[in-house]
Design a protein around this ligand. Structure first.
Ligand SMILES: C[S@@+](CC[C@H](N)C(=O)[O-])C[C@H]1O[C@@H](n2cnc3c(N)ncnc32)[C@H](O)[C@@H]1O
Length: 258
């Protein structure tokens, strides 16, 4: 049971590979293309759109209870205006009509943990958890994610922060539930993802992925940069300027040896 007086501290070995990245977009660029992606809590589809654009997933499941149209005001505007008269689910489905039509996007209207539980086991590469931020809800969502995420997969937890942006005085349970989950299930932090108001994300994966592969090999972004550099060097070596300057490079090496 959670004891508010006792912060749940993540042990160093689950943090040693973590890197800080600038934004969610930066994080998405580091994730694998063509993967099975699930977003839990999709809102009006801002992040869904970014995932589609940057990651080009082969499948995308959107889980939400689509209840935001029952709220009077959203971001200071009447919710009916935000949803342009479509209602929450209708707005989301209209926005991704083409992707739903091709079967790329599947929409599950459900409470978050039950929606996650409905996914096939061992089927998910990346799951983004961004629904109810209370301790009990995040805990239940993460528990539900455990059998669904492939051994090489990642869980991303949004709003790794203590309090919401409003003046409600609420305490989010995201940090406690995430830290507890990491320790209980040996998940390591791969990325700490900055956001301008510090509503940060954390990307976690089974620690064996980090230990076995070595951090650089699991980092898609670093691997892509390395492949690009290797290609460039190979092109240079084949180029005539590389061959023409070969005697000069040999001479400079000889000079350096003296
Ligand atoms: C902050 S919005 C998600 C924003 C979206 N992930 C993005 O970054 O663009 C949170 C969403 O979670 C949904 N939600 C909240 N509690 C939920 C629950 N218990 N079960 C399912 N969905 C829930 C809300 O309907 C809302 O669409």
């Amino acid at each position: 049971m959670l004891d508010a007086a006792m912060p749940i501290e993540i042990p160093p070995h689950l943090l040693s590979a973590a890197r800080v990245v600038a934004s969610r977009r930066d994080m998405l660029h580091r994730l694998p293309r063509n993967c099975a992606f699930v977003e839990v809590g999709v809102g009006i589809g801002v992040f869904t759109h970014e995932v589609m654009t940057i990651c080009a997933p082969r499948s995308f499941v959107a889980i939400d209870d689509f209840g935001l149209d029952r709220v009077e005001l959203l971001w200071g505007r009447p919710s009916a205006e935000v949803f342009e008269g479509w209602g929450h689910q209708g707005f989301y489905e209209h926005r991704f009509e083409r992707e739903i039509g091709t079967g790329l996007v599947t929409v599950i209207r459900s409470g978050s943990a039950a929606g996650i539980a409905a996914l096939p086991d061992d089927s998910v590469d990346v799951i983004y958890v961004d629904a109810d931020h209370t301790y009990d809800a995040v805990r239940a969502d993460l528990q539900a994610c455990l059998p669904k995420v492939k051994s090489s997969g990642r869980i991303i937890v949004n709003d790794y922060v203590l309090t919401p942006a409003d003046a409600s005085g609420l305490r989010f349970g995201v940090i406690d539930a995430t830290n507890e989950f990491m320790i209980a299930h040996d998940f390591a932090m791969e990325y700490f993802v900055l956001q301008q108001d510090m509503f940060c994300d954390v990307v976690i994966t089974r620690s064996a992925n980090i230990n076995r592969a070595g951090f650089n090999q699991t980092d898609e972004h670093a691997a892509a940069v390395r492949r690009g550099l290797e290609r460039r060097i190979a092109e240079l070596e084949r180029s005539s300027s590389w061959r023409i300057t070969a005697p000069l490079r040999r001479a400079s090496r000889l000079l350096r040896r003296r």
